[in-house]
Design a protein around this ligand. Structure first.
Ligand SMILES: Nc1ncnc2c1ncn2[C@@H]1O[C@H](COP(=O)(O)OP(=O)(O)OP(=O)(O)O)[C@@H](O)[C@H]1O
Ligand code: SF4
Ligand SMILES: [Mg+2]
Length: 375
């Protein structure tokens, strides 16, 4: 991310093309990966579900972008559309300035070599009938790479895949070992981007730490760019320079990981961040890190209009204007939230993002004067 250095909050009302033109002045370097107005609809029981709905994203070389949001918010669908494992219904994906949205599989070969996915469940992502050796050599064979033995040897050492695993199949490995193989397979073609969808979710805590340390080291050593999807906000804090928050297929907040997680500006992000168990509160009890929607709250309404807040039906402190027009508020340094109360939320209790349950609009501090662009 190359954010501008704006001061107070500003409502951004300019058209996206104008926004991009303005931001381009302070961002001479073009994004490596750019997603514009991306949408993916699924037809389900006679109705249409927009799993992602108008997502704009710019990812710069060397970024590690965290993507957070509760279950069903569209994170994996976004990852699948970006890696072109799925075809978006509308919008575009550009990589190195080239539009890859409608490209055929054949035309996508160069892109797939550069942008590699790593999924949560290596057991289903890796062909169960293949040995680790075949899994690692196959991509090199497809791309007719030279020095294949040497390339595999380097990646084995880099990722910590033991040579004695080469003749094993995925189900003969532990979860952590399998995930190392999946990472090695993703890296063997020397890509520039890894799209990591919950890469540590299926392993235990100590293996999680070790895989995270591995990912951080690999990024530093190889100059990789990461899109890192996780329910575990603590690992996002450790791994990502920038974070976006998704809710019902839309990006509701984005900014530096520090800004988004320690001073969340969207009410939904506040709720999401405050749901993270604190280490002191964890005790010895086993807790699930999955952040699922509350089942006792009001259900999201399917009649919410385009310009209404997507979180309206569940927001504890909505205002009348939330149902008609929700601004995109620029809080400076690339911190943007689509919330009427962005920049007006009271400071977080202890500055850690773990706020006490928040009472609603009565608790909102003095409103900062919001300046509408063009006025
Ligand atoms: N192939 C599909 N057919 C129909 N609906 C789908 C399909 N894939 C995803 N969806 C729906 O799209 C929405 C987003 O799903 P997605 O898997 O992207 O969410 P997610 O944020 O990755 O969730 P989780 O954190 O549980 O992995 C959900 O409502 C899901 O049911
Ligand atoms: S305050 Fe309004 S805009 Fe903000 S999250 Fe609640 S309903 Fe949405
Ligand atoms: Mg998912």
């Amino acid at each position: 991310m190359r954010p501008g250095l704006g001061a107070g909050p500003t409502i951004v009302t300019a058209a996206p093309s104008v926004e991009r033109a303005v931001s381009a002045i302070s961002e001479p370097e073009p994004p490596l990966l750019e997603v514009r107005a991306l949408r993916r609809d699924f037809h389900r029981q006679g109705s249409v579900v927009s799993a992602i709905d108008g997502v704009d994203l710019a990812v710069y070389a060397g970024d590690s972008l965290g993507i957070i949001g509760e279950s069903g918010s569209g994170k994996s669908t976004l990852a699948r559309c970006i890696t072109r494992l799925d075809r978006p219904t509308a919008g575009t994906v550009h990589f190195q300035g080239r539009d890859v949205t409608g490209s055929s599989d054949r035309a996508l070969l160069w892109f797939r070599r550069q942008v590699q996915p790593v999924f949560q469940d290596a057991l289903t992502a890796l062909n169960p009938r293949w040995t680790v050796r075949r899994l690692l050599f196959e991509p090199l064979r497809i791309y007719h790479e030279a020095d294949q033995d040497a390339r595999v040897a380097v990646v084995l050492d880099d990722v910590g895949v033991r040579r004695e695993w080469l003749n094993r199949r995925p189900h003969d490995l532990s979860g952590g070992e399998r995930q190392r193989v999946a990472i090695a397979r993703a890296l063997v073609l020397r890509p520039s981007v890894l799209v990591l969808d919950e890469p540590t979710a299926s392993v235990d805590m100590s293996m999680r730490r070790s895989l995270l340390a591995l990912l951080v080291r690999l990024q530093a050593e190889h100059g990789l760019t990461y899109l890192y999807i996780s329910h575990d906000i603590r690992t996002v804090k450790q791994t990502c320079s920038r974070t976006v928050v998704m809710y019902r297929g839309r990006l509701v907040e984005e900014g530096s990981t520090r800004d988004v997680l320690t001073t969340p500006a969207h009410v939904y992000t506040r709720v999401l961040v405050s749901a993270v168990p604190r280490p002191a509160a964890l005790g010895s009890a086993r807790r699930s890190d999955r952040l699922r929607p509350r089942t006792d709250g009001p259900r999201p309404s399917s009649t919410v209009g385009e310009s209404a807040c997507v979180f309206l039906a569940r927001c504890p402190c909505s205002l009348p204007e939330c149902g008609t027009h929700v601004p995109k508020v620029d809080l400076g340094r690339g911190h943007v939230a689509r919330c009427v109360l962005a920049g007006r939320l009271p400071p977080d209790g202890d500055g850690t993002g773990h706020s006490a349950p928040w009472g609603g609009p009565d608790n909102v501090g003095p409103a900062i004067e919001l300046v509408e662009e063009g006025r």
